[in-house]
Ligand binder design. Structure first.
Ligand code: NAD
Length: 310
């Protein structure tokens, strides 16, 4: 049972994130509507929901009956009247300030004054988006990570005007749903997960560009070294276990030597210029066929579920 005040939620955007975020609510008796401004989105959204349940069912994390119940409970609509009695709106529409601005202005004329509004934006400033929300104290960021049906983390970001009761309520909702919410007290670009991910990626690409190692070598270091430690422990615990003084003196010695590239990532730019876009066209740091990309994604999901349930 999720936070008792939230019984009706609208997830806006029937794309990858909207569909997956929405499907997590009906099992907690929350009336869940997926809103899009384009009816054609719904077939793909239904498919996304069905597909994300496959890995959960095959790993015993969900039964076939539960999956059917969730799929039947989801309401799909292009009718903006769905916002009229919403208690929570999670916005997962395209990553464009103009599109989000028009959307907030539209729904703010419909939703109740105390309806919480949250954005799943990957990177746009919460303070910037708050400008287009009436009663901005009810607005904040709720950043899910893909695959959002498996990854427990949700980053809740406060803007300058966000009220404490807004984020407290969302923290309770996500906790009740078995998620692992983390609260950012200030709006910061990239939130926590992307700042950490890109700090590591900047150094990894620098090492490849400098000819120190190949992408495969770096993947091996992370998979069998740091990544394994992070999964089974945590970065700050690793410092505790390794010794504060050791990490302090290594940091002093190493920081001046680490990449501090501020402008762009040359290696990623070269890859894009060479038409290497990743699994979408089968060419990236590795090569993929459409079948192997699906297989690898499935394998990744299975491993994550296994680790989380072990
Ligand atoms: N894809 C990811 O891995 C990921 C991860 C975290 C956060 N996000 C963020 O989530 C948001 C959605 O990303 P996505 O990958 O699901 O995008 P997507 O393109 O798959 O889906 C967006 C959906 O919104 C619909 N839409 C467009 N304008 C709309 C409007 N005015 N009202 C209602 N619906 C509208 C589109 O038709 C589409 O179905 C973005 O802000 C993105 O940055 C994405």
């Amino acid at each position: 049972m999720v936070e008792p005040d939230i019984r009706h939620i609208v997830v806006a955007g029937a794309g990858l994130m909207g569909a997956i975020i929405a499907q997590s609510f009906p099992q907690y008796d929350v009336h869940t509507t997926i809103y899009s401004n384009c009816e054609d989105d719904f077939e793909r959204a239904r498919q996304i929901v069905a597909n994300c349940h496959i890995a959960l069912i095959e790993n015993g994390a969900m039964t076939r009956e539960e999956s059917e119940k969730i799929q039947n409970a989801l309401v799909y609509t292009v009718d903006t009247e769905c916002f009229r009695d919403a208690q929570l709106v999670i916005e997962a529409i395209p990553e464009s300030i103009d599109i989000k601005k028009a959307f907030y202005e539209m729904i703010c004329a419909i939703v109740p004054d105390d309806c919480i509004i949250a954005s799943n934006t990957s990177a746009i400033s919460i303070n910037e988006l708050a400008k287009y929300v009436t009663y901005p104290e009810r607005f904040c960021g709720t950043h899910y990570l893909n695959p959002a049906h498996i990854i427990p983390l949700v980053e809740i970001t406060c803007g300058e005007q966000t009220a404490q009761h807004t984020v407290d309520k969302l923290h309770q909702v996500f906790t009740d749903m078995g998620k692992k919410p983390v609260m950012l007290k200030k709006d910061v670009k990239g939130f926590l997960s992307n700042r950490l991910q890109f700090a590591l990626l900047r150094e990894a690409t620098y090492l490849v560009e400098s000819g120190v190692a190949t992408p495969e070598d770096i993947d091996t270091v992370l998979k069998y070294g740091n990544g394994l430690r992070y999964t089974c422990s945590r970065p700050f615990k690793i410092v505790d276990f390794g010794g504060m003084d050791v990490f302090n003196s290594v940091a002093k010695y190493l920081y001046p030597d680490l990449s501090d590239e501020k402008v762009c990532n040359n290696l990623l730019q070269e890859m894009v210029d060479a038409d290497k876009h990743g699994i979408s066209n089968g060419k990236g740091f590795y090569s993929y066929t459409s079948e192997s990309a699906i297989e690898e994604e499935k394998e990744r999901d299975f491993k994550m579920i296994k680790i989380l349930h072990s």
